[in-house]
Design a protein. Structure first.
Length: 252
């Protein structure tokens, strides 16, 4: 069992009495493992909750973030490998949704029936071009303005030079990866997909997420959620209800 002492994998909550399913949660660009602490009360007790701590986050703040998808996916998959033999599902938001999809492709090769479902939220489908101009190419002022427009980033984070200079490079690099992400596989996954978008999201709209049905052979559903791009923060109970309905009764 992993705990907060683990370099990569953080156990948010063990299952009671034993894990029927592991839900592996992946945060948006710049997101902390702590954002999933509140999930414990909203997910059925026999589901174990895990998340990741990527380079540049928390106690790994001095480590440089990844610049390439292939090395990011390879290293994250290696860290998660001990946890994938048992039944599991992935959830990811925005950048985390893209990473979750890439991990599902890897996991299905090694654990044919292990991945039970992929949840993605605030994440365009791989065939949808990224809206231009790219955020990661903006100057500092423009980048900060774009983050404010998206919501979810505390004002003190953007307005305090010391904090901003320490943390913003990680956010920019993960957003760069998210914006450059596309369909490299040319084939769908054999895993059901639940895709969720915020009704007021200016970035990942219903149209941007409607293509997820083409990236699975097991069926996809598109759910409208209240809130904007960061609805997992502002409307967490709605998100957890949707997830728990699909994994709470064994439909992982």
């Amino acid at each position: 069992m992993s705990d907060d002492g683990d370099r990569w994998v953080v156990a948010i909550r063990p299952a009671e009495p034993a894990a029927r399913l592991r839900l592996i949660c992946l945060a948006y660009a710049g997101g902390s493992p702590d954002m999933f602490r509140a999930w414990s009360a909203g997910v059925t007790p026999d589901v174990e909750l895990l998340t990741l701590r990527l380079p540049g986050h928390g106690k790994r703040i001095k480590e440089k973030p990844y610049q390439h998808w292939d090395t990011l996916v390879a290293d994250v998959y290696a860290a998660l490998a001990p946890y994938l033999a048992a039944p599991h599902a992935f959830y990811g938001h925005s950048f985390g949704g893209r990473l979750a999809y890439e991990l599902v492709h890897r996991a299905k090769k090694d654990h044919l029936d292990g991945t039970r479902r992929l949840f993605v939220s605030g994440c365009r489908s791989p065939d949808v071009p990224q809206v231009r101009p790219y955020m990661h190419e903006l100057d500092l002022a423009g980048f900060c303005d774009a983050l404010r427009h998206m919501g979810g980033t505390p004002a003190e984070f953007l307005d305090t030079p010391g904090v901003r200079d320490l943390l913003l490079p990680v956010v920019r690099e993960e957003i760069r990866l998210a914006e450059l992400w596309t369909d490299w596989h040319g084939q769908p996954v054999d895993v059901p997909i639940t895709a969720m978008y915020g009704i007021d999201d200016p970035v990942d709209t219903r149209a941007a997420m409607s293509g997820w049905a083409s990236f699975t052979t097991r069926g996809a559903e598109l759910l409208e959620m209240p809130g904007g791009h960061f609805f997992p923060d502002t409307h967490l109970s709605d998100l957890l209800k949707a997830i728990d309905r699909r994994i709470g009764a064994g439909d992982g």
